[in-house]
Design a protein around this ligand. Sequence first.
Ligand SMILES: NC(=O)c1ccc[n+]([C@@H]2O[C@H](COP(=O)([O-])OP(=O)(O)OC[C@H]3O[C@@H](n4cnc5c(N)ncnc54)[C@H](OP(=O)(O)O)[C@@H]3O)[C@@H](O)[C@H]2O)c1
Length: 279
Amino acid sequence: METYQLANGLSIPVLGFGTWQAKGDDAYQAVLAALKAGYRHIDTAQIYGNEAELGRAIKEAGIPRQELFITTKIWNDKHSYDLAKESIQESLAKLGTDYLDLILIHWPNPVTLRENQAWEQANRDTWRAMEEMLAEGTTRAIGVSNFMIHHLESLLVTAKVKPMVNQVLLTPGCPQTELDAFCQEHNILLEAYSPFGTGKIFSNPGMQEMAGKYGKSVAQVALRWALQHGFLPLPKSLNPVNIAANLDVFDFELSADDMIDLDQIEASAYQSNPDERDF
Ligand SMILES: NC(=O)c1ccc[n+]([C@@H]2O[C@H](COP(=O)([O-])OP(=O)(O)OC[C@H]3O[C@@H](n4cnc5c(N)ncnc54)[C@H](OP(=O)(O)O)[C@@H]3O)[C@@H](O)[C@H]2O)c1
């Protein structure tokens, strides 16, 4: 698979496999199917509760560790120097690996840290732990998720290493243009989560029309849109046929006009406001 290069030179496969809401044997089977289909980049998080199943699937698949790219995310109740480090040790044990490729702060502003802007110092402390984990080789890259521009600016005040990735909701109709420009300026790669609006995109007539025009599926058009923006899409599926089809997106190109139409199409999902979520 093609790769992007992160700010520190690390190669990252341009498309990854999402695993949110995949639990137990479903998660195990889906990741095994994804690895067999050719995915080498798997996205999980501590809160998904499936790191151990992923670890089992990775072991079963028998692919050399260095050929895989594994991301996990630090959950909202671990936003401190010590808890970040401890929780990543737990993630490593569950995943059955001695290093990660990418660690992200999952959300910038947990509900418990809103008073007196406590989230700002908490993110900086968590980030310091992540910078150390990067330096000692516990992870090969570090980044954030659901960070809007003001969260990034706050983190950059003390960061010695800039986030290499920001994972946010990006789907046709929701291109997050200002955030995209800010991240490009700071050499932060945007990963596109919920590229199908968690499944809602498939009933969108405009998407169906565009898919028909290219003789491709709605999913393939949505993934192409993300790739042509320079985003890194993270499609999720439990269905082996869809898992394989979502990789088959490298043989066609959307026109510049259709990219603009897809930017402006009615979105099937929007980035939620991290400052207002109730977790
Ligand atoms: N950082 C964050 O806060 C955050 C938040 C949300 C998501 N994410 C990441 O992004 C990943 C993807 O987002 P998501 O889980 O919201 O879902 P998504 O990838 O936008 O959509 C998944 C849905 O699309 C369906 N689907 C997938 N491929 C299909 C195809 N080719 N044809 C028809 N239907 C298809 C799946 O059903 P089938 O199983 O039947 O195929 C499933 O219902 C997550 O799993 C997670 O890794 C991160």
